[in-house]
Design a protein around this ligand. Structure first.
Ligand code: EPU
Length: 417
């Protein structure tokens, strides 16, 4: 594969930012919104509870209308604070509506997010924080119900790093009475991007280091315009793709500082990567060395790139080790990569990759979004044809990945096209 690929807006920034629409009666105008399934589901959830949108055709489209990356969306009144099971079961991100709905109208009902194909995903820190702010929370059947009078400010230290937990409480605090101090916050760029949107909406939100936030609650927030940051995980995926033998890929519209950990790992592997102001240039062909990596909260190596890097490590001669510390079941791609001829052994939270394998096409089944991307990379590197079942998962978080890869010269088609 050779050529340039432009990175879309960050799904995991856009999701909480869409939830923030609940915090104001005035419109928010988004640009660089990624056209991916999770975003469409979030917009559908917002419309169920009262949001009005102006580029409905673009976001509700089933393929043909997927042109626009702009959306004007407003929640004049939040008429029903209930996110239906139908919507919530498709994306766990619906839990991000809890804090904003409580802050705006004192009630929220969200279908309980269940287990997930990457392991246990608890929300106890979200709930602890919201309860401390004055919410009463009840889990009945498959629904989580919460109510409150006006939320009040708290001094809260997250017991562990949580991305959406931090985002939920930042949004709740923006409309709470009094000052909230949140400590041990997740420092992912997506959290900082949400904080920037909240500030643009008039929230009084400050942070020196991104780990502690001080928010003085306002009675109301106003409308704003916001450009979603580039998706660092999509950028990292194409950067990794460029490091496979024979490839020469420029990844455009990136913020290199967001991928410092991956760049460090690729450097240690001896990959040929050049970093420009807003662009990466990766050329495959260098002899890759094995490495030992551990997933960590930002600025550490992201769990959302673990599967894709694992695929590349099958091409590094020697034994690599990948330890997953964020989720307890995120190695399901390993067995599938072995079907392609890789030699990966999973021992508890660690995968041992004996690299240097020649990959051959096979029929694979994917289980989650990032595993899907890893299997696509494996299939492209393998000789012969690879079929990936369940691959709709890819479209939850990668905008038009087949199209972008085709432009780079990949031979990839969607079987249902
Ligand atoms: N955790 C708790 N209690 C909580 C919250 C989290 O114990 O209240 C634990 C989780 O069980 C997990 C760890 O803390 O073991 C990290 O969870 P976190 O809350 O940070 O994850 P998340 O907010 O549910 C977001 C991304 C994920 C990404 C993780 C980690 C969104 C919408 N999702 O999930 O993205 O893997 O942070 O960076 O922002 C993806 O895009 O493919 C994806 C899974």
């Amino acid at each position: 594969m050779a050529g340039s690929v432009a990175v879309s807006g960050a799904k995991n920034a856009a999701l909480p930012e869409l939830a923030a629409v609940c915090l104001s009666a005035e419109p928010i105008v988004f640009s660089n919104l990624p056209q991916v399934e999770d975003i469409k589901v979030m917009v559908a959830a917002l419309r169920e509870i009262g949001a009005e949108t102006e580029s409905e055709a673009a976001l509700a489209g089933d393929g043909a209308g997927l042109q626009g990356h702009e959306l004007r969306i407003a929640m004049p009144t939040l008429h029903s604070p209930v996110v239906s099971h139908r919507i919530a079961r498709t994306t766990r991100a619906s839990v991000l509506l809890l804090g904003p709905m409580l802050a705006r109208c004192g009630a929220a009902r969200v279908s309980m997010p269940g287990g997930c194909a990457i392991g246990e995903r608890k929300i106890d820190f979200h709930l602890q924080g919201l309860e401390r702010m004055g919410a009463e929370i009840l889990v009945a059947g498959e629904y989580l119900s919460a109510r409150c009078d006006r939320l009040h400010g708290i001094d809260f230290t997250f017991p562990g790093k949580t991305v959406t937990g931090t985002e939920n409480l930042l949004m709740a605090a923006a409309l709470a009475e009094g000052t909230t101090v949140l400590r041990n916050c997740a420092q992912e760029p997506e959290v900082a991007d949400l904080a920037a949107l909240l500030a643009a909406m008039g929230a009084d939100i400050r942070s020196q280091d991104g780990e502690t936030y001080v928010i003085r609650g306002r009675a109301s927030l106003h409308g704003a315009s916001h450009r979603v940051i580039p998706d660092r995980i999509e950028a990292g995926t194409y950067l990794i793709a460029g490091c496979f033998p024979g490839n020469d890929i420029r990844v455009e519209a990136v913020i290199p500082e967001h991928l410092g950990s991956l760049l460090g790992i690729l450097h240690d592997m001896g990959a040929d990567v050049a970093v420009h102001q807003k662009e990466f240039h990766a050329r495959g062909g260098a002899a890759l060395r094995p490495v030992a990596v551990v997933t960590e909260p930002y600025p550490g190596f992201p769990t959302d790139l673990q599967a894709q890097l694992t695929t590349l490590l099958t091409q590094a001669r020697g034994v690599s080790r990948v330890r997953e510390t964020i989720f307890n079941d995120r190695f399901r791609h390993a067995g599938e990569l072995n079907r392609l001829g890789a030699d990966i052994e999973v021992r508890g939270d660690e995968a041992l990759i004996r690299g240097g394998s020649t990959l051959r096409g096979a029929v694979l089944k994917t289980t989650d979004l990032r595993a899907s991307a890893a299997l696509v990379l494996g299939g492209l590197a393998a000789a012969g044809e690879t079929r990936i079942e369940n691959s709709y998962q890819l479209f939850r978080g990668y905008e038009d990945m087949p199209g972008k890869l085709q432009k780079l010269g990949a031979d990839i088609t969607m079987a249902w096209e």
